[in-house]
Design a protein around this ligand. Structure first.
Ligand code: NAD
Ligand code: UFG
Length: 341
């Protein structure tokens, strides 16, 4: 299939482009490079030995989107483009609603104009809000999101659900848990802007000496060691879930929703210990107060994706911490970064 990957130079989009090319699909990427680098295009080509088409375009620019669809016969859109920093979305909700929602509406309009009716969307486990229990499966009701970023995901899910129903589209909503890791080549991975909010990039920046110590947000949760538990998934496994989801598009299955996680949770301290053991680097940390909005335990029941998509995660926590560190080492220390306390 010829796939349009929006946000395809970003963290998850670039890994998905690699897996799509490896699986024999043709890839067209568009990205406005607001949170990624143009060099990623060459890195994808280098990893796969295959070519792809890249458009520098913003999804807020409707004529630019139309031009892409005029030029490219697209079978399916995999929609990653969006802003994703939780804290920034709290400070500047308009930016998030405008970019993520208006951008997606523009994309939908361009698809409708050009008769493209297949979409896989990057959603998030955050749409479940505070779940009644764990593991979380797809029969759980969606909940109250704790930040505007989460609401954009929840709202876009609703928009796509209604469009699918009204216009007989094929839509797959993938609810990611916690993607970490990087391509084993070390060429592509996650490059956070400024001080990382997420656990794994913070750990790798401590490991490389860019930050002094990790703050562990709370050790008094109702979990075996008191620290928060999450379902970490290797980004290459996550990327492959999109390739498997194309099966549902091919089957013309209407609307499908899947959790993408491993089904196994690790605490913050377990992640630190695995990182130290696999990479042989100590991670100094101190216990800090709980972070607002965090839950004790959040992990998936991902059996539906395994059953219906034939998707199976291949990588474990040791691979995730190894590949995260490998990527950080390839990047080196960021010259401009300031030591925090
Ligand atoms: P990312 O920031 O690395 O990639 C997103 C890409 O979209 C970037 O390359 C950015 O330049 C591009 N983009 C943003 N606004 C755009 C616009 N208006 N027009 C064109 N391009 C635009 O993020 P990621 O981690 O790869 O996430 C990809 C998707 O997955 C996002 O929609 C994100 O919300 C979702 N998601 C991510 C996580 C996570 O933890 N990383 C978890 C759940 C869901
Ligand atoms: N944590 C720390 N110290 C840090 C960073 C994180 O102790 O410096 C802890 C958190 O308290 C949490 C765990 O590490 O217990 C994971 O935190 P992350 O910030 O890496 O991930 P979250 O589960 O909080 O959030 C992520 C994405 C959200 C998404 C959510 C659900 O960042 O965008 O998963 O998919 F909504």
């Amino acid at each position: 299939m010829r796939i349009l990957v929006t946000g395809g130079t970003g963290y998850i989009g670039s890994h998905t482009a690699v897996e799509l090319l490896n699986a024999g699909h043709e890839v067209v990427i568009f990205d406005n490079l607001s949170n990624s680098d143009i060099e990623v295009v060459d890195k994808i080509k280098k990893i796969t030995g295959k070519s792809l088409v890249f458009y520098y375009a913003d999804m807020l620019d409707k004529p630019a989107l139309d031009k892409i669809f005029d030029q490219e016969p697209i079978d399916c859109v995999i929609h990653f483009a969006g802003l994703k920093a939780v804290g920034e979305s709290v400070k500047n909700p308009y930016l998030y609603y405008h970019n993520n929602i208006v951008g997606t509406l523009n994309l939908i309009e361009a698809m409708q104009t050009h008769g493209v009716t297949n979409m896989i969307f990057s959603s998030s486990a955050t749409v479940y809000g505070t779940p009644k229990s764990v593991p979380i499966d797809e029969t759980f009701e969606k909940g109250q999101c704790v930040n505007p970023y989460g609401w954009t995901k929840s709202m876009i899910e609703q928009i796509l659900t209604d469009i699918q129903r009204a216009n007989a589209w094929n839509v797959v909503l993938l609810r990611y848990f916690n993607p970490i890791g990087a391509h084993p080549s070390g060429l592509i991975g996650e490059k956070p802007n400024g001080v990382p909010n997420n656990l794994m990039p913070y750990i790798t920046q401590v490991a490389i000496g860019e930050r002094k110590e990790l703050g562990v947000f709370g050790n008094d949760y109702d979990t075996p060691d008191g620290t928060g538990i999450r379902d970490y998934i290797h980004v290459v496994d996550l990327a492959n879930a999109h390739v498997c989801a194309l099966k549902k598009i091919g089957d013309r299955s209407g609307l499908s929703v899947y959790n993408i996680g491993t089904g196994k949770g690790y605490s913050v301290l377990e992640v630190i210990r695995n990182f130290e053991k696999v990479n042989g680097i100590p991670i100094p940390y101190s216990i800090r107060p709980r972070r607002e909005g965090d839950l004790a335990s959040y992990y998936a029941n991902a059996d539906k994706a395994k059953r219906e998509l034939g998707w199976q995660p291949k990588y474990g926590i040791e691979d995730m911490v190894r590949d995260s560190w490998n990527f950080q080492q390839m990047q080196g220390r960021s010259v401009s970064s300031e030591q925090d306390s």
